[in-house]
Design a protein around this ligand. Structure first.
Ligand code: FBP
Length: 547
């Protein structure tokens, strides 16, 4: 296989580990934990894995460990650094005992159920160190939730003599990891399940999980390209660029990119919801920024839009909630309706308020809201073309203002959607180190007999040497939420907090960014060079941890 010069140089990079993990470790137990909400309900559903203590690894005495076999699964959307979690895990179990083995289940959780796996040997692992992507074993979105799946998985686990499974995934996949851990514990199968916090979306975080891996690299990749667009737009001075950014529900990616590039406008979905803004309010806000810049002779600019925006406009949210429940209950009947008649059918079936909103939506958006959910019941927001919807509506509003004499200027829009471009980028130094440490920590949780824990590495704005490694009971992050029309235990999603330091820093500057052309051009991720260029964590993390 031909490799780029960077790939070859990068293969030799040795990720940094926290000091405490460099030699033998012992477990320091913290206080018993509680779930973030709905304690009684979660406790009842997870009698074997609820209330366990927080764990920290500290320097300890060397002890000998028997060889162990471990299985690993990559679940959900790709995120830079997944291969380093696997190499950290591999090196960790080999350091415990050189005869330990690592099996990778192919194409996500489905690989466990279908007994589709491969042994990950040193040669294979070495090919993938510090590379982006999940292609070492592939990923998938099969939801592990049924007893038959757990039992099918157990068959192959027994056959391969696997002691523990490591599930590398986002909030939904780690919820499933927790359900699986509880099931195997209840059955006394002696199989441990450990989770690792992955997602570019940045919404799997809490007091003990400072960030999900991949967020750093993905945001830096998008910020590079947005910076380039801003320089182009400031050169030609004739376009407004509407840039949608991935991130599913939460606006962390849009916010982080805004902090990095200082665009003219950035919409934060969580604020739209808190202020009870309508679609028209959002359009008016953007149009006003365009009109104000036009008045100063600047007919160009950038607008960042989080991909989940539509779901956060309260009226749209109510509509989507009713649609979710309705489609979950009537999926067969709906599937029988001809495509051309589906819109009218939905309009007839919804409550009057939601029906009116649904009827007012452009055809494409309306259709998208009724298309298949992902296996976790989410509307596939990445398919909704919000950037076009907004620019079209802004264009109309400006035309109307022009007639009324409120706006003089030219408005021409370009559209972009950045998501897939950043999910498999070669991990930044931060993600390379963080992921390797997460994988290594997972091996120690296994060695210490833990199950139902998520690997946790904290103090991440300090140099890697000073990072704190340990484990957090997954039940601690859970609450009850409505999914597919039913109440289910799930890991609470971390949305952008309007009282948090990153949003406050953005809000303090956005008026100036809207008026002036205060663009910042971050440039590409650097892997070699001075520390202030290569090793900076995200602005989000720096602002959050500065508290
Ligand atoms: P995860 O929660 O699985 O990490 O998803 C990340 C993500 O990139 C979202 O930002 C996006 O909405 C979704 O995946 C797209 O899914 P798909 O890869 O199936 O198109």
């Amino acid at each position: 296989m031909t490799k780029s010069a960077l790939q070859i140089a990068r293969a030799a990079y040795q990720p940094k580990l926290p000091k405490a993990l460099k030699g033998a470790v012992k477990v320091k137990e913290g206080e018993p934990t509680q779930s973030v909400a709905d304690q009684e309900a979660i406790k009842e559903l997870f009698p074997n894995t609820y209330g366990m203590p927080l764990i920290q690894f500290v320097e300890g005495e060397a002890v000998s460990f028997p060889a162990i076999n471990v299985g690993v699964i990559l679940s959900g959307g790709q995120a830079p650094g997944g291969h380093n979690v696997i190499s950290g895990l591999f090196d960790g179990i080999k350091a415990l005992n050189k005869d330990s083995k690592l099996y990778g289940f192919i194409l996500g959780p489905g690989g466990l159920v279908d007994h589709n796996y491969m042994e990950l040997t040193a040669d294979i692992i070495d090919e993938y160190r510090n590379t982006g992507g999940f292609d070492i074993i592939g990923s998938g979105r099969t939801k592990l939730e049924k007893v038959e799946q757990f039992e099918k998985g157990y068959e192959i686990i027994q056959e391969l003599g696997i002691k523990a499974l490591v599930i590398i995934g986002g909030d939904d996949s780690n919820t499933n990891a927790c359900v699986l851990a509880e099931y195997y514990a209840a059955k006394n199968y002696g199989v441990q399940v450990i989770g690792c916090p992955k997602t570019i979306d940045g919404d799997l975080k809490n007091e003990m999980i400072e960030t999900s891996f991949g967020f750093d690299t993905a945001c830096k990749t998008y910020s590079e390209v947005i910076g380039n667009i801003q320089r182009d737009c400031n050169s030609a001075r004739k376009y407004w660029h509407f840039i949608k950014l991935m991130g599913r529900s939460a606006s962390h990616i849009a916010l982080e990119c805004a902090l990095q590039v200082q665009p003219n406008v950035c919409i934060i979905s969580e604020e739209v919801e808190a202020k009870d803004m309508s679609l028209d309010d959002v359009v008016t806000y953007i149009a006003q920024a365009v009109a104000d810049r036009a008045a100063a002779g600047n007919n160009f600019g950038t607008v960042l839009i989080p991909e989940g925006l539509v779901e956060f406009i309260p009226a749209m949210k109510r509509l989507i909630a009713e649609l979710n429940d309705f489609l979950a209950a009537n999926s067969e009947e709906f599937a029988q309706i001809k495509k051309s008649a589906q819109r009218d059918y939905i309009i007839r079936k919804l409550s009057p308020e939601n029906s009116a909103i649904y009827a007012s939506l452009p055809e494409g958006v309306a259709r998208q809201l009724t298309l298949d959910r992902d296996p976790h019941g989410n509307v596939q927001v990445s398919l909704i073309e919000t950037e076009k919807l907004l620019s079209e509506m802004v264009g109309k509003k400006l035309a109307q203002w022009k007639e009324e004499g409120k706006y003089v200027g030219k408005f021409a829009a370009q559209h972009h959607f950045f998501g897939y471009e950043g999910r498999c980028a070669a991990p930044s130094n931060f993600d390379a180190d963080y992921c390797y440490s997460l994988g290594y920590t997972a091996s120690l949780l296994i060695a210490n007999g833990k199950t139902g824990y998520m690997s946790s590495v904290r103090n991440t704005t300090a140099p890697a040497e000073e990072w704190i490694a340990g484990g957090v009971p997954i039940t601690m992050m859970m609450n009850m939420e409505r999914r597919h029309g039913e109440m289910k235990p799930v890991i609470q999603k971390a949305l952008v907090r309007l009282d948090g330091a990153p949003f406050k820093a953005f809000a303090a500057n956005r008026e100036m960014w809207a008026k002036e052309t205060a663009y910042v051009y971050p440039g590409p991720i650097q892997y070699f060079g001075p520390t202030e260029v290569c090793d900076q964590p995200t602005k989000t993390l720096q602002l959050e941890q500065a508290k």
